[in-house]
Design a protein around this ligand. Structure first.
Ligand code: HEM
Ligand SMILES: [Cu+2]
Length: 540
């Protein structure tokens, strides 16, 4: 980190008021904690991305290309584990939630600053244990750890399970912290009806984190106990029931997809307003649909188990409940489009990612309704169709929102502007590369290519080659982003307090903010994203 980023204000900011390593490692400043999380999750993204490239290279040819079947099993497991548990779940809430949520509420700090610091170390400890397992001998169970195989696999499943278990505590603490902060530390004028939609999204996410994560923790510990002590809860040879694992796992892991996607939706709501110069269309509906998704998300886990031994009646109910999620999602999509309609659109890089998000989420969501239809899913289950579906949602939309947030809040976090032309090129490369990577996978799945296989019939090769080519474009786009963002930290133009002309509440502080966020206690007298008055917001 470059300590000399003073900005135009002579006053110290949170980056340069103290610069020792110790001041970072023991910080209780939510902004520094957000930056630490950002660095950690980007490292996880790079690691997961490296595994992904290895998988795509292996799939270039129908036969073995660079690895054998056992290695392939390990590589897709490590890819999934890293991307889901180390990157996706903490990415937006822990990095950007930490940085901007208190600013948006006009708070000086979060409710539990020490616990917040602990959550970084808990995450780091869990990630380190997981990495240790990966280096030791990896795991070959898939990121889903399905029993009975996960209880008998000779690979290093136990440390990876325990690593993920530990990371869960970080998630729970972060969730509690955000809920309490939202309730107790709002500045004068911040009524419930004025809370920014990003905060609502993080709040809804936090509720899921606090309620669902303990169930995941339980199931992971039970699998570990099964491996170490042979207790016989899931293993049928000891009288256990492997399907029980799937119920418990998906009771957390389906809501977990909303832990990933709700914060992403929150980012989109902010960026859409800022670059359409208009307040959101249908504020109440967007906030309410967030809780609608969070609630229904708890009752749709059975759609992962249509062919696992579940009654047709049960599958029907789970299918219909899953489709309800699409209705709440559609409400949001309608409102974002309606916000842009008639707005003064300023097509800057963050908005480009938003357009990517809306397109990919709509497409991925519609395939979600298709796979929630039992009769169709019986055919598509465990094929590349599913891989394409969840990558459209998770990589497509969540990553789009992550990149939108990274670019939108970069000047807020580091006080520097990035070169917009390069960012434009990178965004186009990533959106195009994404489509080339994952669209062919729907076709492959429909042709019957199973997921998690390292070989396939040769008539499927051209679609696989296309997919690998797209993945290379994605990797190139990420490389570019890495280069110009790091470059901008030292050489980028110094950012004004509100470089995008945004009226979001987080821009009422300096960029980068001072150590205590505001010089004087802020008051929120206007609606958030009010562009009807001409003078820029007062910087507190
Ligand atoms: C319109 C909303 C959605 C619906 C109706 C839906 C439905 C489904 C269904 C039915 C499956 C199971 C397919 C199978 O196992 O054969 C599935 C798989 C999956 N979905 Fe979604 N989904 C939706 C949104 C999401 C979101 C928002 C995410 C993530 C952010 C997501 C991530 C996943 C993942 C990871 C899997 C694969 C699980 C596995 O490894 O078997 N989905 N989805
Ligand atoms: Cu699900």
């Amino acid at each position: 980190m470059n300590p000399s980023m003073a900005g135009s204000l002579a006053e110290p900011d949170y980056l340069n008021h103290e610069t020792t390593v110790r001041s970072w490692l023991l910080t209780r400043d939510h902004k520094r904690i957000g930056v630490m999380f950002l660095v950690l999750v980007i490292f996880a993204l790079l690691l997961g991305g490296t595994f992904a490239m290895l998988l795509r290279i292996e799939l270039l040819t129908p036969g073995p290309t660079i690895m054998g079947p056992m290695t392939y099993n390990r590589v897709f497991t490590l890819h999934g584990v890293t991307m889901v548990w180390l990157f996706m779940i903490p990415a937006i809430p822990s990095a950007f939630g930490n940085f901007v949520l208190p600013l948006m509420l006009g708070a000086k700090e979060v409710a539990f600053p020490r616990l917040n610091l602990a959550s970084v170390y808990i995450y780091a400890a869990g990630a380190a244990l997981t990495l240790f397992g990966m280096v030791w001998s990896g795991a070959d169970t898939g990121w889903t750890f399905y029993t009975p195989y996960s209880t008998t696999s000779p690979t290093a499943v136990t440390p990876i399970l325990l690593g993920v278990f530990i990371i869960g505590f970080s998630t729970i603490i972060t969730g509690l912290n955000f809920i309490t902060t939202t309730h107790t530390l709002r500045a004068p004028g911040m009524h419930w009806s004025r809370i920014p939609l990003f905060v609502w999204a993080i709040y809804g996410t936090s509720v899921i984190q606090v309620v669902a994560t303990p169930v995941l923790a339980m199931v992971l510990v039970l699998v570990a106990l099964e491996r170490v002590a042979g207790v016989g809860i899931f293993d049928p040879t000891r009288g256990g029931d492997p399907v029980l694992f799937q119920h418990m796992f998906w009771f957390y892991s389906h809501p977990a997809v909303y832990i990933m996607v709700l914060p992403a939706m929150g980012v989109i709501s902010e960026v859409v307003c800022a670059f359409s110069r208009k307040n959101i269309f249908g504020y109440r509906m967007i906030a309410a649909s967030t809780f609608g998704i969070a609630f229904v998300g708890f009752f749709s886990w059975g759609h992962h188990m249509f062919v696992s031994g579940q009654s047709t009646f049960g599958s029907g109910i789970f299918g219909v409940l899953s489709m309800l999620v699409a209705i709440f999602t559609a409400i949001k999509i309608f409102n974002w489009v309606a916000t842009m309609y008639g707005g003064a659109i300023d097509l800057k890089v963050p908005l480009l990612y938003v357009l990517g998000f809306i397109f990919l989420l709509t497409f991925g969501g519609m395939t979600g309704v298709a796979v929630a239809t039992t009769s169709l899913d019986v055919h598509w289950h465990d094929t590349y169709f599913i891989v394409a579906h969840f990558h459209y949602i998770m990589v497509g939309s969540v990553l789009m929102a992550f990149l939108a947030a990274l670019h939108y809040w970069w000047p807020k976090m580091f006080g520097r502007l990035f070169p917009e032309r390069w960012a434009f090129v990178a965004a186009c490369t990533i959106i195009f590369g994404f489509i080339v990577t994952f669209l062919p996978q729907f076709l492959l799945g429909n042709m019957g290519m199973p997921r998690r296989y390292y070989q396939y019939p040769s008539e499927m090769q051209w679609l696989n080659v296309l997919s690998t080519a797209g993945a290379s474009l994605l990797a190139f786009g990420f490389g570019l982003i890495g280069i110009y963002l790091l470059w901008s930290l030292r050489y980028g133009k110094v950012s004004p307090a509100s470089p995008w002309g945004s009226r979001g509440y987080e821009w009422f502080s300096a960029s980068p903010p001072g150590p205590h966020n505001f010089r004087e206690p802020p008051r929120f007298e206007r609606e958030v994203h009010d562009y009807t008055v001409s003078e820029a917001p007062h910087v507190y």
